[in-house]
Design a protein around this ligand. Structure first.
Ligand code: GDP
Ligand code: MG
Length: 230
């Protein structure tokens, strides 16, 4: 999964924003990009077509070096949502360490959202990823619109796994940092279990999250006080 280079003490973490077409995946990356200090962020490569739909993927690198000398590279990707891009989605999902599932919260989108969710679970399994241990967060986006679902109305998405749900209005940057924080917290714990990030790499969760989020503009952000439930 995670790409590691023991010699160079490098860790490359791949985060994928997944979800139906037009749910707000590119908007999440754009909002994050605006909030990240220029010296920490890489270029946001966005490959949207004229009709505002992602043709291939968007990618944004973020990196830092820990006190113990570990270089952490974070790569944030989106996938194209349109049905015809199924094979691209599978490829982008390869080797992913964490998933932010961006859902359009409107009731009218519930069926499409569920279809994509189930499609994602299938694609993860096709890639040999275990959905029960992979860090996954659901972002309930577009909460500014009328007729939206609350986070207590997602029983349909919670049949196989019970991911944390974070409400968002990505177009205003709301909930975007909270989503990434919740996801990276789960990601740290998962990598710590498999690689011993704390014991072997001397990188604890507070430093992992702290080094990323100290360079992000947190004004208007309410970071979770408690560990995400899983
Ligand atoms: N009202 C509203 N529109 C949003 C929100 N987030 C994204 N959008 C809009 O939804 C459309 C699709 O967003 P985009 O990020 O391109 O979706 P993607 O296909 O998932 O990458 C764009 O017109 C966005 O401006 C939101 O929180 N509220
Ligand atoms: Mg897009």
């Amino acid at each position: 999964m995670v790409q590691i280079n023991q010699q160079a003490r490098e860790l490359a973490v791949k985060v994928v924003y997944y979800g139906p077409a037009l749910s707000g995946k590119t908007t999440n990356l754009q909002a994050l990009h605006q909030k990240i200090a220029p010296e920490l962020r890489g270029r946001l490569m966005t490959l949207d077509t004229k009709d505002d739909r992602t043709l291939f993927f968007d990618m944004m690198p973020v990196w830092f070096r820990s006190a113990a000398g570990v270089k952490v590279k974070l790569r944030l990707y989106t996938v194209p949502g349109q049905v015809i891009h199924e094979s691209t989605r599978r490829i982008v999902l390869q080797g992913t360490d964490a998933i932010a599932f961006v859902a359009d919260a409107r009731r009218a989108e519930a069926a499409a959202t569920l279809a994509y969710w189930n499609n994602m679970l299938r694609n993860l399994e096709a890639n040999g990823l275990d959905v029960r241990t992979l860090p996954i967060v659901v972002q309930l986006n577009k909460r500014d619109l009328p007729e939206v679902r609350g986070d207590d109305e997602l029983a349909d998405l919670r049949k196989v796994i019970q991911p944390p749900v974070v409400p968002a209005v990505a177009i205003r940057g709301e909930g975007v940092v909270e989503t990434l924080w919740t996801l990276l917290s789960l990601t740290y714990r998962n990598l710590d279990r498999s690689l011993g990030l704390g014991a072997r790499w001397k990188l604890d969760e507070a430093e992992f999250l702290g080094r990323i989020f100290e360079k992000i503009d947190l004004r208007g952000t309410r970071l979770p006080e408690e560990a995400p439930a899983r």
